[in-house]
Structure formats: structure tokens, C-alpha cells
Design a protein around this ligand. Structure first.
Ligand SMILES: *Cc1c(COP(=O)(O)O)cnc(C)c1O
Length: 461
């Protein structure tokens, strides 16, 4: 068809607006929204004619397309998904899932004014972190604490306060990059510190730190190499030795611990993860951790340590820019309170519940839904239950894997295209199902699945 004929087929906006379907949408949103949407559709249809010499796919029903766009507009950009990737703390899927008590606490502070920086006994309350800092001290033995937006912010603020325009000594083996944009040397530079690298990639000794100390040195620092490990002929300086060296030269010491767990993970059969309380008791002055990694709370950065330094950190102008709001504080407080009764953690804290699920329990869950999956997908895929390995995620050691079970989908025709299409279709579900493509199969690791029934409903639709 010639282009002018195609352009003539585009319906007029005022005509479309007269239909009942359009009027209902006007009532639900506004005349402005519906008109703008129709204008955009007109523009897209014109582009389609100009570029491809055809009308858009939805041309046969403009009102249905309008309704579809209205529905999509009403949906949140942050959709709930099924995380069946096998990575428990998945940064792109928002890391920790909050406990019930944290959810309730957030809803409560959202709906009313609260005593964020207001003391009911008339006394001045230093700052908004006060109440939760006390809880953190109780749990870790720290003298005081500071809470900011995330651990990257915590490290930035710590460095900017303790070592402005001065030197910070770090081992070469610890100059790591964590998840894209967080690189220790870059953060140092942004904080206005001069990085002094000591030792070698695989071995750094106490004498390497000691030799680098001069009158410009302001801090001795360690970074937990969360996401990679050096094996073989290696040496690093432990917290105790570093703290002693700091005392000898009257220099503060700090550790960016990253994930950092407040409980001994090995007691739950999980890989060991350093705890802030260990380093604090060894005499390290400042330790920083994330709120939404193994701690299982909201996105936050927590600095724990000596009162003298935390006071200075709280007073630094950057704190104002990096502070958290009442919702984060409420979620963090509720999460930390669970740690006061550690025996409840594996039932009440989703992160720990998923990390500690036994392979047997996961296998039973997979077998519960296997037959339904085979009945529905069996014409095109070999559907099986297979053992696999989950990851903790978010910078915990990728070599530390947890035995788990997955439902796997392998294309009967042996071609990968069908798998890509299946994965794409599941991403378009009202509650998208996110799995992992690996070894020519689509894997759904059921470790983080709570709603078996919901998943079956979604996959059979
Ligand atoms: C994860 C991590 C960070 C960054 O923490 P965020 O809370 O994601 O900002 C910094 N340092 C280490 C060692 C980490 O593991």
C-alpha cells in the first residue's frame, strides 16, 4: 500500500476519545494522560509508516493498545520476581528480602511522623543513628556506630574523615574491585586520600606496612577481598597484628569488611565469613559492613568502632549527604533485633533461611512440581530435577557454593533458540521467573522459592 493511503488510515485522536473504552480510562487517570498516550501512538504509527512502509501491529485495535499501555503505566517499575537464579543475595534483584518484622516496622514509620531526631525526655539526641547505634554496640561490642546509605558510602566517609589529604597504607593484595563501580583505589581518590600500596599481590607482611609509615601516614587499612581468593604461597597481615602496629605508631586502623556477618556462619553449616566483633576485639579502630548482604537487612553501610572516630565521622559534612532515612533505620533496627535471639534467625530472616535450606528440602520442593512441569512443557523440553550449586552472592566468595537442586529444561530438538524464547517468555510474566541459562539448559534453582503454588501457577499460564 502507498504511504499516503496508510497515513489516511490513522484514526483521529478526538474520534478515539469518544469511545466508552477511552472515557473509562480518562476517568481512571486523566484526559491529559489519555490524550498524550494517543499522541504518542500516532507518532509511533507515523514512524512505522515512514521507516517500514507499514502500519504498526496494533493498528487493528487502537483502543485495546491504549488500554494495554494504561495497564502497563499502572504497574510498578520494580516488579516482584521469582529469584531462581541460584544466587541468594542478587544485587540486580535487590539483594536481601526483609523479615516480616522489618516490613511491619517500615510500614509503621512511613505512615506517621516519628521521633527520628526528636527526644521525648527533652534531652538533646545527637543524631538520627543514636538508637540503632546503641543496638549495634550491644551486638558487636563497638563503642559507637554510624549508619549511611551503603558500604561504599561508609568507606568513603571513613576515609574522608580519618585521612583527608593524607596517606592510607593498603596491601596490594587487597586493592579489589567489588561489583562494577566500587574500586578501592578510586574510592581513596574520591575521599581525598593518597593510597600507598605495600607488599605484593600474593604476600604482604607486617614489615611492609611498617616500612611505609611516615609523617604523612594517617591510616592503616585492610579490605576484605570478598569476591576473590588468592591461594597457594600467600601471606596477609591479620587484624591483631595490624592493630598492634597502629598502637605502636599511634595510627588508627580500619577494615572494610564488605559482607561481614554478625554471627558465626559455620555454626549454620555455611562457609566462614569474618565478623566485625572479631576485629573490634582485636583492637581495630573502625570496621565497615553492608546492611543488605549477609546481615539480611536494608541497603545501608554501617561503621562500627571507637567513639573518638565515630564522633568525628558523625560530624563530617559528608555524613549529611550520605545519611539514611527513617524507613532504612526502621528496617535495620527490626533486622538487628532478630540477632538478639539468634536461634530464630533461620526462620525469621529470609536471607539466612534460604542460605540454610537443606538440599533435601529443596529437592522435595523440586519433585513436588516436576510432574506438572513435565506435563506442560514435555512436548518441547526434557524437564528434570538435577543437583546444582547455589551461590551466596554479593561479594561472598564465588568458590563457596551451597549444594542445591534445580528443575532443568533442555530443548528436545537440541537447539538453544527455544531456551532463549522460554526464558524471555518467563521474564514477561506478571511475576517474572528468573532462572539461569547454563550448559544448554535453563535452570530454576529452587533454593529461594517460598511460594511453590505461585510458581506453578505462573509457569503453567
Ligand atoms: C560489597 C562490598 C562493598 C560495597 O558495599 P555496598 O553496600 O554494596 O556499597 C565494599 N567493600 C567490600 C569489601 C564489599 O564486599
Amino acid at each position: 500500500m502507498a504511504e499516503p493511503t496508510l497515513y489516511r488510515q490513522l484514526p483521529a485522536i478526538d474520534k478515539l476519545l469518544q469511545f466508552d473504552e477511552a472515557q473509562i480510562l480518562v476517568e481512571q487517570s486523566s484526559l491529559h494522560w489519555v490524550t498524550e498516550c494517543l499522541r504518542e501512538m500516532q507518532a509511533q504509527a507515523r514512524t512505522c509508516i515512514a521507516d517500514e512502509g507499514r502500519l504498526p501491529d496494533w493498528h487493528n485495535d487502537w483502543l485495546a493498545e491504549l488500554s494495554r499501555r494504561h495497564h502497563a503505566f499502572g504497574q510498578s517499575a520494580l516488579k516482584n520476581v521469582f529469584n531462581l537464579t541460584g544466587t541468594v543475595l542478587h544485587t540486580n534483584l535487590g539483594r536481601s528480602v526483609m523479615s516480616k518484622s522489618a516490613i511491619t516496622a517500615v510500614a509503621q514509620v512511613m505512615s506517621s511522623p516519628v521521633t527520628l531526631e526528636y527526644s521525648l525526655d527533652g534531652a538533646m539526641r545527637g543524631h538520627r543513628d543514636r538508637a540503632i547505634a546503641d543496638l549495634l554496640c550491644q551486638l558487636t561490642g563497638a563503642e559507637d556506630a554510624c549508619i549511611v546509605n551503603n558500604n561504599a558510602a561508609a568507606v568513603l566517609l571513613l576515609l574522608a574523615t580519618v585521612a583527608p589529604n593524607q596517606q592510607v597504607i593498603v596491601s596490594r593484595g587487597e586493592l579489589v574491585e567489588i561489583g562494577g563501580a566500587f574500586r578501592v583505589p578510586d574510592v581513596m581518590e574520591q575521599a581525598g586520600c593518597q593510597l600507598v600500596e605495600v607488599g605484593t599481590t600474593n604476600r604482604t607482611h607486617l614489615r611492609d606496612y611498617e616500612k611505609a609509615i611516615n609523617e604523612d601516614t594517617a591510616l592503616l587499612m585492610k579490605v576484605h577481598t570478598s569476591n576473590y581468593s588468592i591461594e597457594g604461597f600467600t601471606a596477609e597481615v591479620d587484624g591483631e597484628a595490624l592493630a598492634e602496629l597502629g598502637k605502636k605508631y599511634q595510627l588508627p586502623t580500619a577494615i572494610d569488611l564488605g559482607s561481614g556477618s554478625m554471627i558465626d556462619m559455620t555454626a549454620y553449616g555455611l562457609p566462614a565469613e569474618p565478623m566485625p566483633q572479631t576485629y573490634l576485639s582485636q583492637g581495630i579502630d573502625l570496621v565497615s559492613i553492608s546492611g543488605d548482604k549477609l546481615l539480611g537487612g536494608p541497603q545501608a553501610g554501617i561503621i562500627l568502632g571507637k567513639k573518638k572516630w565515630i564522633d568525628a565521622i558523625q560530624k563530617h559534612p559528608l555524613k549529611r549527604a550520605l545519611r539514611v532515612d527513617k524507613m532504612i533505620l526502621a528496617a535495620l533496627e527490626a533486622t538487628l533485633k532478630l540477632y538478639l535471639t539468634p536461634e530464630k534467625l533461620t526462620t525469621e530472616l529470609p536471607t539466612l533461611r534460604w542460605l540454610t535450606r537443606s538440599p533435601e528440602e529443596i529437592r522435595r520442593s523440586a519433585e513436588n512440581i516436576l510432574v506438572k512441569m513435565q506435563a506442560y512443557y514435555g512436548d518441547h523440553f526434557i524437564v528434570e530435577v538435577e543437583s546444582c550449586l547455589s551461590q551466596i552472592g554479593s561479594g561472598s566468595l564465588p568458590i563457596d557454593r551451597l549444594p542445591s537442586y534445580a528443575i532443568t529444561f533442555a530443548p528436545l530438538d537440541g537447539k538453544g533458540g527455544g531456551l532463549e524464547r522460554l526464558a524471555a517468555r518467563w521474564r514477561q510474566l506478571p511475576q517474572p521467573v528468573i532462572g539461569r541459562l547454563k550448559e544448554g539448559k535453563l535452570w530454576l534453582d529452587l533454593r529461594c522459592l517460598d511460594d511453590e503454588h505461585g510458581l506453578v501457577q505462573a509457569l503453567l499460564s
